[in-house]
Design a protein around this ligand. Sequence first.
Ligand code: S3P
Length: 489
Amino acid sequence: MHAHHSKLTAHPSGALTGTALAPGDKSISHRALMLGSVAVGRTRISGLLAGDDVLRTVAACRALGAMIERHEGGAWTVDGVGVGGLSEPAEVLDMGNSGTAARLLLGLISTHDLMAVMTGDASLVRRPMSRVIEPLERIGARFTARAGGRLPLAVVGAKSPLPIEYRLPVASAQVKSAVLLAGLNAPGKTVVIEPEATRDHSETMLRHFGAEVTVETIAGGGRRIMLTGQPELRARDVDVPRDPSSAAFALVAALVLPGSRLRLPGVGINPLRAGLLATLQEMGADIALENRREQGGEPVADLVARAGTLNGIEVPAERAPTMIDEYPILAVAAACARGRTVMRGLAELKVKESNRLAAIAEGLKANGVKFEMGEDSLTVEGSGGPPPGGGTVQTHMDHRIAMSFLVLGLAARRAVTVDDGTMIDTSFPGFAALMNGLGARITGPLLAKPKAKAAAKKKAKPKQRGRRPTPSGLAGGKRRGAKKRRGRK
Ligand code: S3P
């Protein structure tokens, strides 16, 4: 596909209303497939994200000997080979755009007696793999990689793996998970110490499949995670929650487009992923969490968001690991907020699908938003209303940059174009269509014309008002006056 065919333009839009079904959680989807592949028996997965990143994991796990099938209605089955049972792949493992797929799989295969070659797309081959190579070499695997520990690389798995105790030098759930997955086929206890807690989906899912994992909190809020090696993993059903990192785009759009009211059912609210919710609420956002429940061992809720005024805040650096993927969309919320929003502790953003710190800054600049970028910080001056917009944003093969700046375009005075929307399919297939179904106007050569929801909505609106139940657990009737009250804070 040529880049000029994949441009997308977001036009200034009215209120978003209705229900938005975010896709399955990407992190959890990768883990369900990988653990299903080394469990004994048939694992059934519902709600799996069928985005390109996860499909790379499907292909790689198949190449390593697991039988994976997609069934009608969207459920998947994985017939696993048991711990230690993966076989040497005949083909290069191409992980596409996915750092999670690459790093977690390197961990998983590094304690198998096999040789594999791994590569990725133009974005992934720029990203550092030394952060996993280093601990996995200690376990006994050998790697030959490009300069700086980059893909493509060759790995020779350890014949006699050693359990290690490893202290994470960066707050990274991917590195933690790579070591834990490697430890599955090492005898004895593998220990990971993380000075700052990161998303714990691997620990939760390892337990779900029957592994023994103990977690202790350590001074300073970190954790010590201990896995007992060579467990017998048993196939389990997994019901994947909806991805909070994907829900974030519609959520922020609803908060900043006046008159919006949006329901986002079944979204993961794991506290180690929920930093954006806390931040938006501190900014004054009206987000209710309804029907809190558990799904696949993870906490989920239905989010109900209503538009209102947001105020700039200082986001504590310690919160970064719990919202690391959400800074691009937070920057957009900040651009619409009143006053300045300060974000710190952003060093890891530079090694994501793009250098996200630079990509956010470029995008803000192209759209007339005032900001200041530091080494690992970003300060955004909000306009307290629609930002100027009118720019074209380079996405640098980064799905979250693309979606974030499309949301900016919906809220701005003038339309915003992203140079390439194709990467959106890595995490959120159908993003533009879903947004348009809620009342947004995103156009592109490959998209169906958005329906004129505005007309239908005008008729529906008075009815909807009358029907709206007084939200229990929320200050009922607070909504109308909420804007003004918040403004005075
Ligand atoms: C992920 C961990 C995070 C996150 C990524 C998914 C995971 O990366 O940015 O999108 O599934 O473990 P790091 O571990 O590099 O922080």
